[in-house]
Design a protein around this ligand. Structure first.
Ligand code: NAD
Length: 477
C-alpha cells in the first residue's frame, strides 16, 4: 500500500504482484513523486490474460444475483470511503477537491446501477413469421474484457467499464493511464474487498503501453476491447482489433459546442457554462470547447463569463479553497499554452481572467472573445480552462457551426424554452445533448458519441450489452 491507501502492485489472479521496474506517479501540483507502482512487462500482461481467462470459467456461470451482490458491496464500500478516493484522484490527477468528490460519488454509482442491471439481463422468445420455428434469443457474457482508461476521470472511467462487465459475467483486465494508476488500483482493491473472486478483476499498470496492449489484444482468449481516450489512439487500436475482428467499444475525444440561441436566459447559460467548461478544469471529453452565442447576446455573455472566471481561485486541488486545480502534467499544460500562442498569432486577444501559481502544472482561466469559427481554438480539443466565444446571426448558422466538426460526443443547447431546445437538439450531430443545463452524464443514461467520438454506449440500459453476445436458438417445438 502507498501512503494514499492504494495498492502499488499489479493485480493478477487475486494477488498483488510487485515488479522489478517501477513507474513513478507524480503530483502535478508540486511536481513531486507521490508513489511508485508496478511497471508491467508483456509477460505480466499475458499473465493477467491467463488469470482473467481462468476467472471467467466460474464467474460467467456464477448466478447473476451473486454477481449483483458483489457490485452492490463495492458501491457500499466506495460510498463510505469517498474522501479516500477523492484524495487519491485529486493528488495524482490535480483536479479540484469538489470535482474529485463529485467524480468519486459518480464512479460509485456505476457499481450501484449495474448491480441492479445484472439480474435483469433478458432473453427473448417469438415465432418466426412463417411459423416454421420458434426464435429464442439469449445473451451470454463475451469473455475476457480488456479495458484501457484515460487520466481525466481515473475512477469513473474504470467503474463505467468494470461494473457492466462484471454484471454481464465477463472478467476484466484494466490498464489505466500511467499518469493516474493509483485510483484504478484503489478501485480494484474495493472490488476485492467486496468479494470479487480471484481473476475476475486484474490491473496492469505499465509504461510499455503499446507492446503490452498489442500482446493482450492479439491473445485469442481476449474477447472484447473497451477503450476510453483520444480519437488518435482509438483509431490505432481499431486497426489492431480489426485483425481479430474483436468487438470494440470506443469512447473517444470531443469538441463540444455550447450554443446560446436568441431569446435564451443569459444568466442560466452562464451557470451552465461554468459547469460545462470548468468541471475538471476543462479536462473532460464532455467539456464545452466552443461557445457560439447569438449576436444579440454575445457581448453580455462574454462580460458575464469573464466576471465568473475572474472569481475562480487556482491552486492545488487538494486545498478545498481552490476552484481550479492543476492540469495532469506539465506536458498537458504546455499543450494548452501552445494553443493559446497559436490563437494569439491569429490576432486574438489572449488575456487571463484570473491568476495561477507559477510552479506546478497550473493554468489561469481565459475567455477569448471575437473568435472566428474555424480558427485553432474551435478546431482543437482544448482540454483546459479556455473559453473561445464566436457569435452567429441565424439559427441555421449556429447549428451549422456547431455540427462543423469530425467529433460528435455532446452538444449544449441554451434556448428560450425546453420545446425549442428539443427541436434544436434534434439537429445536433452528437450522441448526447444537454438542453438548458450544463451537465448530462448520469450512470442511468447512455453515454457515447457519434462520428469520430466513438462506437457504442456506456451506462444506461445499453452499457451491459457492450459485454454481452446475442445468441439465437432456432427450435422446432
Ligand atoms: P490517450 O488516448 O492518450 O490515452 C488513453 C489511454 O490509452 C491511456 O491509458 C494510455 O496509456 C493508453 N494508450 C496510449 N497509447 C496507447 C497505445 N499505443 N496502445 C494502447 N493504449 C494506449 O488519452 P488521454 O490523454 O489519457 O485522455 C484524454 C482523451 O480522452 C481526450 O481526447 C478525451 O476527450 C478522451 N476521453 C473520452 C471520454 C469519452 O467517454 N468519450 C472520456 C474521457 C476522456
Amino acid at each position: 500500500m502507498s501512503t494514499l491507501s492504494a495498492p502499488t502492485g499489479l493485480l493478477i489472479g487475486g494477488e498483488w504482484v510487485q515488479t522489478e521496474r517501477r513507474l513513478a506517479v507524480m503530483d502535478p501540483a508540486t511536481f513531486t513523486v507521490l508513489a511508485e507502482v508496478g511497471d508491467a512487462s508483456v509477460a505480466e500482461g499475458l499473465d493477467a490474460v491467463s488469470a482473467a481467462w481462468d476467472g471467467f470459467q466460474s464467474w460467467s456461470v456464477t448466478p447473476a444475483r451473486v454477481r449483483a451482490e458483489v457490485l452492490r458491496r463495492a458501491f457500499e464500500i466506495m460510498s463510505s470511503e469517498l474522501e479516500t478516493c477523492a484524495r487519491i484522484i485529486s493528488l495524482e490527477n490535480g483536479k479540484a477537491w469538489r470535482d474529485a468528490m463529485g467524480e468519486a460519488a459518480y464512479a460509485a454509482e456505476f457499481f450501484r446501477w449495474f448491480s441492479e442491471e445484472a439480474s435483469r439481463i433478458e432473453g427473448g422468445f417469438r415465432y418466426a413469421p412463417g411459423r416454421d420455428k420458434t426464435i429464442i434469443t439469449d445473451h451470454r457474457p463475451m469473455g475476457v474484457a480488456f479495458m484501457i482508461t484515460p487520466w481525466n476521470f481515473p475512477a469513473a472511467m474504470a467503474t463505467r467499464k468494470l461494473a457492466p462487465a462484471l454484471a454481464a459475467g465477463c472478467t476484466a483486465i484494466l490498464k489505466p493511464a500511467s499518469e493516474t494508476p493509483l485510483t484504478a488500483l484503489w478501485v480494484a482493491d474495493v472490488l476485492q474487498r467486496a468479494g470479487a473472486p480471484a481473476g475476475v478483476v486484474n490491473v496492469i499498470t505499465t509504461t510499455r503501453t503499446g507492446d503490452v496492449s498489442s500482446a493482450i489484444l492479439a491473445d485469442r482468449r481476449v474477447a472484447t476491447l473497451s477503450f476510453t481516450g483520444s480519437t488518435f489512439v482509438g483509431k490505432m487500436l481499431l486497426k489492431q482489433t480489426a485483425e481479430r475482428v474483436l468487438p470494440s467499444s470506443m469512447e473517444l475525444g470531443g469538441n463540444a459546442p455550447f450554443v446560446v440561441f436568441e431569446g435564451a436566459d443569459v444568466d442560466a447559460a452562464i451557470s451552465g457554462a461554468m459547469v460545462a467548461k470548468m468541471r475538471n478544469g476543462g479536462a473532460a471529453c464532455t467539456a464545452a470547447n466552443r461557445f457560439y452565442v447569438h449576436e444579440s447576446l454575445a457581448a453580455q455573455f462574454a462580460t458575464k463569463l469573464e466576471t465568473a472566471f475572474a472569481a475562480l481561485k487556482v491552486g492545488p486541488g487538494i486545498d478545498q479553497a481552490n476552484d481550479l486545480g492543476a492540469m495532469v502534467s506539465g506536458k498537458e499544460r504546455d499543450k494548452i499554452l501552445e494553443l493559446l500562442e497559436t490563437a494569439a498569432a491569429e490576432g486574438l486577444d489572449i488575456t487571463p481572467a484570473s491568476t495561477a501559481p507559477a510552479t506546478g502544472a497550473f493554468i489561469a482561466p481565459y475567455v477569448v472573445k471575437d473568435v472566428l469559427h474555424g480558427s485553432a481554438l474551435t478546431t482543437n480539443e482544448i482540454f483546459g480552462p479556455v473559453a473561445p466565444i464566436v457569435s452567429f446571426a441565424t439559427e441555421d448558422e449556429g447549428v451549422a457551426m456547431a455540427n462543423d466538426t469530425e467529433y460528435g460526443l455532446i452538444s449544449y443547447v441554451y434556448a428560450k424554452d425546453p420545446g425549442s431546445g428539443v427541436k434544436l437538439a434534434r439537429r445536433m450531430e452528437s450522441g448526447m445533448v444537454a438542453i438548458n443545463r450544463g451537465l448530462a452524464s448520469d450512470p442511468a443514461a447512455p453515454f457515447g458519441g457519434m462520428k469520430e467520438s466513438g462506437l457504442g454506449r456506456e451506462g444506461g440500459f445499453a452499457g451491459i450489452h457492450e459485454f454481452l453476445e446475442t445468441q439465437y436458438y432456432a427450435v422446432d417445438l
